[in-house]
Ligand binder design. Structure first.
Ligand code: GLN
Length: 551
């Protein structure tokens, strides 16, 4: 049901993708929230996957898991980080999800014998979801980002749904177009033409942008603002310059300088409740991009490294951000180096020595066999050379395998994800997962979302969190095999976090007397790290890393 007077801001991309629609959406959310309006942010992805869970991170970036367990696009992570709160299933939709509900309804005879068509039925389903997101979150304003660009064929139904929403509630709906102004090297002059063409494209849907966010290398000057205003029929004060910045966290500050928040409220007919107070955010943004702060060097040993730096950073986005937040809190600048675990394997016994120059080592989440032995070598090196180590999900499972092999002497210890016939399956598929795998049911079937864990007294985990019960987000099919827990404990490994029934091992660590910081989590702590509340485990890991002398 439509919520009376609820406000919608649709964020659309013109010219090309990848210029920061997600950051614009997140920044608008933060600004309005700071001005006293509860906001929810919605990501619309036009692809046919029902969720992002089945996509390869090298192609599509990280899979961000919501509290509920829904596997979503990495932009949702940025939304949560900017708003500083959890989002819900209603805040995410894909074409696959929309079509699936329409088709299910058709199979259940719910269309009463009608011919079911893209327009109106699929469009109406999109509208229903926009309204659900508004109703469910108790927000006053929904900022809805439509992925891709205006011209994309697969976006048409979403843009049409937005148009209908505007037609029904003209006072309550705004369109913000994020555009790009290229500066061709030969000319050295910023060009507005592609933006003009994108507006024309949008006009062909019957939609006129109210705001243009003009992304470019440099600030957009008055002359070009004037030109855009006249040629695109957008008020001059609603053309917002958005030059490249050092860190995405500066974006809301820049927008506020251009008074974007006020302009949006005016356009939505919403009174200003209070001045946006961005002082705390400003301090954080300055700390996070302070390259002059003393460095702490961290190696991330992973495998999604085949497609160059750009994609790689996306595949581990939340991990990188979590490191940055904790480093900023400690007044440090984290220098992250990517170490390809396959190179460690290829390089022979000595290759792993390069890890000696880092102050901390992370093995992040992952799946499958490739690069595994390299990661295990890295973990052994971290343990034996007392380099702070933090294992995230797979990084915890492999840490336990390394311990079983090299401390317990179980030479064939492994995970059944890689070796079904392993003599010592110290990591094994979870009982309820066996059936999913046997039935080829891969989508949305892992152990997903928030589960509680109890923390043992006297452990590093308990000292970091400063509480007994924590809730963290998961995404895995395998677990530490309960049959090996006692032997591992007897050999010195501490399971400092477990599920409330004590069956599932959630955190493994070595006592501080043995190692400055050697800890792995079955969950993904990075998913809940926020700018103004960094994750305690990342902070403790980095604190230990800063104490390690650099070589
Ligand atoms: N592949 C492992 C599992 O499924 C770890 C998953 C992960 O790191 N997210 O349990």
């Amino acid at each position: 049901m439509a919520k009376e007077g609820h406000k919608y801001i649709f964020v659309l991309g013109g010219v090309m993708s990848g210029v920061g629609k997600g950051v614009v959406t997140s920044s608008i959310g933060l600004l309005l929230q700071q001005k006293g309006y509860p906001v929810n942010l919605v990501k619309v992805d036009p692809y046919l996957n029902v969720d992002a869970g089945t996509m390869n991170p090298t192609e599509h970036g990280e899979v961000f898991v919501l509290r509920s367990g829904m596997e979503t696009d990495q932009d949702m992570g940025n939304y949560e980080r900017f708003l500083g709160r959890d989002l819900t299933n209603e805040d995410y939709m894909t074409s696959g999800m929309v079509y699936q509900s329409v088709i299910n309804r058709e199979r259940a005879l719910e269309y009463g014998g009608k011919c079911v068509e893209a327009i109106p039925h699929v469009r109406d389903e999109i509208l229903r979801r926009f309204e659900d997101a508004a109703a469910y979150n108790g927000s006053r304003v929904s900022v809805i980002e439509i992925g891709g660009t205006i011209g994309d064929f697969q976006n048409a139904l979403f843009i049409d749904a937005a148009r209908v929403m505007h037609m029904r509630h003209p006072e309550d709906v705004l369109f913000v177009m994020v555009s790009y102004l290229p500066v061709p090297g030969t000319l050295g002059e910023m060009k507005t033409k592609p933006t003009q063409m994108a507006v024309r494209d949008l006009n062909s849907y019957g939609v006129q942008p109210d705001f243009i966010i003009a992304r470019s290398k440099e600030p957009v000057d008055d002359k070009r603002k004037e030109k855009l205003a006249v040629s695109c029929s957008v008020r001059r004060d609603r053309i917002i310059s958005a030059p490249d910045i050092n860190s995405i966290y500066e974006a809301p500050l820049n927008f506020e300088k251009d008074r974007l928040g006020d302009a949006l409220l005016t356009a939505l007919n919403l009174p200003e409740k209070r001045k946006a107070s961005l002082a705390v955010w400003k301090k954080f943004a300055a700390a996070v991009s302070n390259a002059k702060a003393p460095e702490v060097s961290i190696a991330i040993v992973g495998k999604y490294f085949d497609t160059g730096d750009f994609v790689l950073a996306d595949a581990y986005l939340s991990v990188i951000e979590a490191i940055k937040f904790s480093a900023a809190k400690l007044g440090r600048h984290a220098k992250i180096t990517w170490v390809n675990s396959k190179d460690l394997e290829k390089g022979g016994a000595k290759a792993v020595n390069i890890l000696g120059k880092f102050q901390g080592i992370i093995v992040p989440g992952g799946f499958g066999e490739s690069g595994i032995e390299g990661k295990i070598q890295a973990i052994r090196f971290a343990r034996e050379h007392k380099i702070p180590y933090f294992g995230l999900c797979y990084g915890m499972q492999l840490m336990v395998i390394e311990y079983a092999r090299n401390v317990l002497g179980l030479k064939d210890a492994n995970t059944t994800e890689i070796k079904k016939s392993a003599e010592d399956p110290v990591v094994d598929v979870m009982l309820e997962q066996k059936k999913h795998l046997a039935d080829n049911k891969y989508g949305g079937t892992m152990r997903l979302g928030v589960y509680p864990a109890y923390l043992k007294k006297g452990t590093m985990a308990r000292a970091a969190y400063k509480k007994e019960l924590v809730e963290e987000r998961h995404r895995h099919r395998y677990e530490i095999n309960p049959a090996y827990v006692k032997r591992l404990e007897d050999a010195g490994l501490v399971f400092s976090g477990t599920s409330p029934d004590g069956v599932l091992m959630e955190i493994a660590e070595l006592p501080r007397t043995e190692h400055p910081f050697m800890l792995g989590t079955q969950f993904h702590p990075e998913l809940q790290a926020r700018p103004l509340s960094p994750h305690p485990l990342f902070t403790e890991f980095l604190r230990a890393a800063t104490h390690k002398r650099r070589k």
